[in-house]
Write a protein that binds this ligand. Sequence first.
Ligand SMILES: Nc1ncnc2c1ncn2[C@@H]1O[C@H](COP(=O)(O)OP(=O)(O)OP(=O)(O)O)[C@@H](O)[C@H]1O
Ligand SMILES: Nc1nc2c(ncn2[C@@H]2O[C@H](COP(=O)(O)O)[C@@H](O)[C@H]2O)c(=O)[nH]1
Length: 202
Amino acid sequence: MSEKGLLIVVSGPSGVGKGTLCNALVKNIDNLFISISATTRPPRTGEVNGVNYIFMNQENFEEKIEEGQFLEWAKVYNNYYGTPKEFVIEKLKEGKDVILEIDIQGAAQVKKNCPNGVFVFIAPPSLEELRKRIINRGTDNEESINLRLKSAKEEMRASFDYDYVIINDDLDKAVLKLQSVILAERCKVSRNKDKILEIIGD
Ligand SMILES: Nc1ncnc2c1ncn2[C@@H]1O[C@H](COP(=O)(O)OP(=O)(O)OP(=O)(O)O)[C@@H](O)[C@H]1O
Ligand SMILES: Nc1nc2c(ncn2[C@@H]2O[C@H](COP(=O)(O)O)[C@@H](O)[C@H]2O)c(=O)[nH]1
């Protein structure tokens, strides 16, 4: 993809705080949008279709895979999750920046197709703190919590393939770090050449 906006991929183990960080970020930075994923996971209490996720059954999800409607998709903790292509491409073409909050398998697919993306890994200060966060969130049953924690170590090793690692210890500091990454990426020379040429009239 050679679009104008910045594609930011945020990954990290379940419960590390990706959603919390990204939601805080879009309030602070203009022209930044979070992609809404599709999933076959059943909605949690309070989750709204089209806001938190686009909820669908397995048959519909597999149809959309066949139709090539996903930028990336993966089976994560026994459910399908995927990024609808249309929204992301539309926003990037408009010059808007888009965040994908996705797992490490999806991130690897995006890296292949969109190497110009920015890849950020969010890590917990410790695995014990991660466990506390998932339990305290109160959204998952014991089986789901165990599955998510079991995957965390392997997911953490994947962080070595990312551009940035942010340890989400103090929330406000982690928000500032993620914000700094995005603002600095927006200032890269490669992203501003056209603007400079426009200013000097070339
Ligand atoms: N820095 C932090 N310190 C303490 N608690 C935090 C911090 N960041 C997030 N949390 C809490 O941790 C829990 C998990 O956060 P969140 O749901 O954002 O994680 P996530 O990475 O998006 O999870 P998932 O991948 O499962 O969607 C929430 O209850 C959130 O309030
Ligand atoms: N590959 C993708 N992974 C995704 C996408 N949307 C979310 N996710 C990942 O799923 C887990 C679990 O989410 P939960 O809401 O059930 O807690 C989460 O950690 C994300 O990394 C997606 O579109 N593609």
